[in-house]
Design a protein around this ligand. Sequence first.
Ligand code: FES
Ligand SMILES: [Fe+2]
Length: 360
Amino acid sequence: MATTKDYGLGEFTFPRGWFMIGESAKITSTPQGVRFFGQDFALYRGKQSGKVYLLDAYCPHMGTHLAKNSTSYVAQDGAVEGDSIRCPYHAWRFGPDGKCNHIPYSKGPIPPQARVKSWRVEERMGAVFVWHDPEGLEPDYEVPTIPVQGQPNWVPLAFDDLGIVGCHTQEIVDNITDVAHFGPVHGSLTKYFENEFQGHVATQRMGGGHRTLTTADGPLLETEAVYTGPSVLITKMFGTHNSYIYIAHTPVDDGSAYVWHGLMVESPTGQANYSEQDVEIARQYQAMALAAFAQDFEVWKHKKPCLKGLFVQGDGAFLKQRAWYKQFYNPRAQREELLKNVEGVWLANGMPGMPEQQAA
Ligand code: FES
Ligand SMILES: [Fe+2]
């Protein structure tokens, strides 16, 4: 398994950005142990506010995992009280800010070191996101969301939980510049293709036929895939149905990632408010989109790391994209320097860019 260091990405092992850490519907007041960025966390929903909290997992008292317990009477009685969580070992209680606010058997003062880190989380579109920043700074962009989110004629996002893939996130991000895989892997007939990098955003614009998502004589499948930050990819796909594909990948350890897939579909029957029938059609369409994504996934699962790559003419802007990705693994102060010669529109040799008349 190759690491961030092997790819030469920068000084941080894990990137800066907003990362999906779970589906809202699966996060309850029963704490869960989760692992991302090579660290363990306790994830739970406060009973009082209904908000989701993410705390470092290990209790400062004697190192117990706050969430990985089901047999202690603390866990059996419900470890979450209000918005606080009790450790299953000696029942110290930690607030949503991570500070210990109750030690049931001790009359003495609560030491200031009795605290765990509480992470900044946001809930959007039925998913929970954490801000991860090795420099400990405030977010410099918003949680990426689908622009039509919440509109009544769009069937809401439903997630496919794809679990952990054992490859470095670089291999997943490579996909945005990989013009040459569309034919062999997905059966596409790519007619135009281009990439654009601007600040923390990377875009891929593509048009062509697609064997699994449209029919041979069906409409041209046109996609605009946008990474806002290093981890959330939202693809506008106008073909058989108007839809947005959502793919989020979050580093688990250095060389593995957790992946979610989802789809929002505009009412296929043209309703102002989507119907049950629309949901059914949308879910079938999602299964087809997932099958297309699974084609990529199977390659990632079994490939060996591409640390350099033997890139040839026609391969797409891999080196620009890998340079763009480095901004998230280095201090913000270096971003301008890192993005020099990277920003702009890049074509793959031998493939036209997006036709003028279609450019916005
Ligand atoms: S180890 Fe957590 S309260 Fe003792
Ligand atoms: Fe692909």
